[in-house]
Every structure is written in C-alpha cells, then in structure tokens.
Design a binder for this molecule. Sequence first.
Ligand code: CAA
Length: 381
Amino acid sequence: MQFQLTDEQEMIRKMVRDFAKNEVEPTAAERDEEERFDREIFDQMAELGLTGIPWPEEYGGIGADYLSYVIAVEELSRVCGSTGVTLSAHISLAGWPLYTFGTEEQKQTYLTPLAQGTKMGAYGLTEPGSGSDAASMKTTAKKDGDDYILDGSKIYITNGGEADIYIVFAMTAPEEKHKGATAFIVEKGMPGFSMGKKEKKLGIRSSPTLEIIFDGVRVPKENRLGEEGEGFKIAMMTLDGGRNGIAAQAVGIAQGALDAAADYAKERKQFGKPIGSQQGVAFKLADMATKIEASRLLTYQAAWLESEGKPYGKASAMSKLMAGDSAMEVTTEAVQVFGGYGYTKDYPVERYLRDAKITQIYEGTNEIQRLVISKMLMQES
Ligand code: CAA
C-alpha cells in the first residue's frame, strides 16, 4: 500500500483547500444561520471541475480517481459540512449509479450535465416508514404501456429541490420484496413530481433536505436505470461508495474543529500559560488528532480500493463508522477546549459539533454500518 498521494491528488487538495478557504468559509456561518443554500458555490465547484472529479472526460468529468474525490469532500467539509455533503450526494449518490448502471444514452443525457455541473443530482431511497429497513419501501412504479407511473414519496433528500436529476427507487413488484424494486431517473419538472416539506435541522443547515412527492409521475422506460428488480442492488451498491463520501465529510468536519481548537489552545492563557501547554488540554488535542488520522486512513483506503477496482463495501462501511463516531468525539472535545466561548456562535466549533452528528445517521446509521460489516465478516469466514 502507498501512503503518499500522487501529484494530481496533492494538486486537487491544494486547489480545493484554497477554494474552500476563499469562497466557502467566509459565508459558512451565515448560510448555516439562515439555512441558505448557495447555488453560486456549486457553480464555482463546477468551474473547477469538482462536480465531475471521478468521471471520464468523455462524460464531462476530469478523469481523476475516487481518492481525489474524497479529498475534495474532506477539504470542503473542513470549512463547511453542508458544502461537503452537497458534492458527496451529487457525485456518489447520483453520478455513480448513472456511471455504473446507465446505458450510453443515459450517461450522455444525465451523467454529462451532472459531471459538468450544469445540473445537480440527488438520490431518493428513504421513506417515512422505510429508513434502515430500506427494502420495505412503499413507493410504486406501475407499468403503463412503455412508461411507468410513480406514486409515493421519499424523505430526507439531500440536494432536494435544488437538484435537477433524481435517482429514485420504487416497487415494480411489491410482492417480491427487495427483488421487486427498480431504479429510475426522474427529472425536476416532470408532471406530478413535486417538492414537499423542507426540513429544519440541527446541523448541515445550508444543505437543503426535502421531501419529494410522486403523484402519478409518468416516467418513460428510457429512464429506468438497470433492469426491473435490480433496484435494491443498485441502491445498496450506490451506498457502498456514498458511505465513504460521508466518512470524508466526517474527517473534514473533525479536522476543521481540531484546527480551530489547536489555534485557540495556543493563544488562550490561563494560570499564566497557554492552555495547550497544560496536560488536560494537550492530551485532548493529541487524542483528537489521532482519531482523525485513523479515520482518514480508513477513508483513503476505501477510496483507493474503489479506484483499484477491488471490493470496498466493508472498508467503506468501516470508514463511515470510524470517521462518524470520531467526528462526534472530536467536535465535542473541540467545544470543551474552547470552554464557554465554544458554546457560543462567536466561534465555529459549535457548528462543527452540530454538523458532525448527521454523519452517524445518514447513508445508513452507524448501527447499520456495524450490521453491514458483521454480515460481510460472516460471509468471509
Ligand atoms: N451490494 C450488492 N448487493 C447487496 C448489497 C451490496 N452492498 N447489500 C445487500 N445486497 C443484496 C444481497 O446480496 C441480497 O441479494 P439476494 O436477494 O440476491 O440474496 C439482497 O441485497 C438483500 O440483502 P439483505 O438480506 O442483506 O437486505 P436487508 O433487507 O437485510 O437490508 C441493510 C440490508 C444493510 C440493512 C440495508 O437495508 C441498508 O443498507 N439499510 C440502510 C439504508 C440506508 O443506508 N439509507 C440511507 C439512505 S440515503 C441518505 O441517507 C440520504 C442522503 O441523501 C444522504
């Protein structure tokens, strides 16, 4: 295994770090406060090629690898967890299934504008009654001639409302349980497709999270992704990579919190010396840095495995489990280092703490990650 990033990966890290510092960080607190998504930031990411990092140039991407992509999500999340997940959902949850299961025509029509960033992507699996038990979804897709008619709703859709292209899962044969699920490409503006409630959230408040509603939406068969009955497999395989994107988001959030806490610990003096030179705080910082590094290594390893075409599902679940739990621990300690100041909005650490929590929940709770990892262990042994 190589521990050194390539020149291209280093270049992408530097480019995204500069962009995040100059264009994303200055408005992060304000966008969080106002629960405001800024499409201009997405457009700027498109100009830099970030919206298509892992996709080949023939589909509008920049042809880099998955490790470059997770580095980009990490660097964005280091200043703004909302911006990190915007890119992660766009690439992992919408671009990936199109790239992997799409026909040539579907890739040209849908992946290319996603990669170029002229359109934004989202993914719809969760329903009010179907969260961890994803196979229990109730949204239906009934065949009508050459079309499918979609009825139902999906909740907690990251990029909801802003996205133009939605990868959604619906039952074409409900009696067959998970084997009766099928994936579809649904476009904003299709008659009967509407946006529902926008969630008011604890964290990642400048990333829109919406309900999406299907009321007799007529989807042509050309927009079916994969075969009938392949939907559950497509949903699960998509999440395998998506979870690594969330791990990268968690690593970035935790690193941002550590950066702030370490800076503060150098400046803040109590009992006549900087608090960072007092063991209670110094040991906290050491533990925080160690947890972040362990999380980062798992995250990069999973991305490297995917880039190499090797199995990465277990590694990806491990990276999200480790990085999500670590991000909660690290951001909680960052607030502690700041003491009373950390509990106020005068410093960014309370935002990092609020943003970290979701990384233990979405794209499969960390309890589900343990289930995925243990099932794979059993299959291996
Ligand atoms: N890759 C390929 N196939 C897979 C797979 C994978 N990773 N995981 C499961 N499968 C296949 C199995 O092989 C099995 O196939 P066969 O029927 O052919 O044998 C089939 O799928 C069913 O598998 P299970 O019996 O393991 O399925 P299950 O019903 O027990 O569920 C689960 C497994 C892991 C709990 C799954 O339901 C799950 O991941 N739940 C969590 C859902 C989730 O992560 N939701 C997040 C939504 S996205 C989001 O958060 C919003 C956002 O925008 C960020």
